[in-house]
Write a protein that binds this ligand. Sequence first.
Ligand SMILES: *[C@@H]1O[C@H](CO)[C@@H](O)[C@H](O)[C@H]1NC(C)=O
Ligand SMILES: *[C@@H]1O[C@H](CO)[C@@H](O)[C@H](O)[C@H]1NC(C)=O
Length: 407
Amino acid sequence: MELYAAANAVTVVLFLWFLLTAAVNSDGDFAAASNLRREPPTAGLCAYVIEPSGFPCSEHTTQTKDGYVLGLQRVSSPSVMVQQRGSPVLLIHGLFMAGDAWFMDSPNQSLGFVLANRGFDVWVGNVRGTHWSHGHVSLSEKDKEFWDWSWQELALHDLGEMIRYVYSITKSKVFVVGHSQGTIISLAAFTQPDIVKMVEAAALLCPISYLEHITSRFVLRLVNMHLDEVILAMGIRELNFKSNMGTRIMDMMCDGHVDCDDLLSAITGKNCCFNSSRIDFYLEFEPHPTSSKNMHHLFQMIRKGTFALYDYGIWKNLKYYSQIKPPVFDLSSIPSSLPIWMGYGGKDALADVIDVQHTLKELPSKPDLLYLEKYGHIDFLLSTNAREDVYEGMISFFSSLGKFTSY
Ligand SMILES: *[C@@H]1O[C@H](CO)[C@@H](O)[C@H](O)[C@H]1NC(C)=O
Ligand SMILES: *[C@@H]1O[C@H](CO)[C@@H](O)[C@H](O)[C@H]1NC(C)=O
C-alpha cells in the first residue's frame, strides 16, 4: 500500500514536471517558481496585457451549446482607423495556454499585435477552463463534470462557437490561426461543413493531426508510464499548475533536487530563439489549466496513431458511437477550396515532420508551407524573430487571397 502511494507521488511529480513546458527557459533551466503562486489576474486580458501596449481592445463573451461561457477579445491597432479594419482573424492558442500567448513579446514581435498593426480585425480565442474564459452556466470549476471534456469538445463546441460568434458580428468569413493544440482543434473543426463554411482560410503553426511520431523523450516516457490513466484513476479531473498542490510540488522540484537540464528540449524540441529574460512575465499567465481527460485523449493519439474521437473503451464506445472504435476525423473531408498555410519546424518534438507529412497526404488541398529547420515548438509563438521568420509569410498568404482590402 505504501509502495503504491509512493509510486503515485512519484508519478504526480513527474507529471507536473511535464507540465512545465511553458515554465522553462530556452536553456532548459527552471525559472523561479514564484510567479506560479500568483492568483490569476482579476482584470480581463484586454486590461491586463493588450491595452497597456496602447492597443484598443474590447472584451466579449459567448456561450457554447454545452453551457461554457468563453471569453474573446477584439483587438485593433492604435494606428489603424476602426472603420478601415480589414478581415477578421481568430487566434486559437495551444495546450496549457490561452489568448495571452499571442501578446507575450513586444508589439513588433507578437502575432496578435503584428496582425492588428497590419489592419486585421483581431479576435482572440480562449477555450474552456483557461483563466480568460468565464466558467459555465450551471457547473462550478470545482465540479468534476466541469472538466469532463477533451479536445473534441474544444473543436466542435468551443472553436465552432467562437468562429460563429466572430462571423455573426463581423458579417465576414474568418481567418483562423492556430498553434499546436489550436491546430488539432482547427483541423477537427474544419471537417464539419457547418463550421468550415464560415472560415476564409487557415494558418497553422506547428500543425498537428497525428501524434504518432513525436520525438519528445519526456512525453513518450509519460505515455509509457500510462500517467494519464493513473491521474484519472486517482480522481484528478483538472490539471492546474497554479493550484496549491501544483505550486508546492513545483517548489520542491525547483529546489535543486531534480536535474532539470535540457528539460524543455526533451519536451518540445530545442527552441532556438525565444527571449529567456522574459520568463517571469510568461509565467504570470502560463500555464493555464486543462482537463485530465484532454491529456488522456492526446495520449491516445500518441499510442494509437489516430486522429479520432475520444476512446472510451469498447462498451462505452458502442453506447456513444454505436461502434467499437471511436470514429475518426476525416481530413479528406476538409474542402479543397479552403486555403491553408502551415509553418513547421525541424526541431519540433511534438509536431514531428513525419506526422506533418501524414497530415499533408490526407488533406485534399496542397497547403502553402513554411519549413524552418532550426525552429522548435515554442519558437513559432515566442521567437524574437518570429515576425520576420514566420508572420510576414503568413500575412502575405492572407493578403494573396485578395480578400483583404484595408491596406
Ligand atoms: C518595428 O518594426 C518596423 C518594421 O521593421 C520598424 O520600422 C520599427 O522601427 C520597429 N519598431 C520597434 C519599436 O522596434
Ligand atoms: C528580451 O526581453 C527583454 C525584457 O523584456 C527586452 O528588454 C529585450 O529587448 C528582449 N530582447 C529581444 C531580442 O527581443
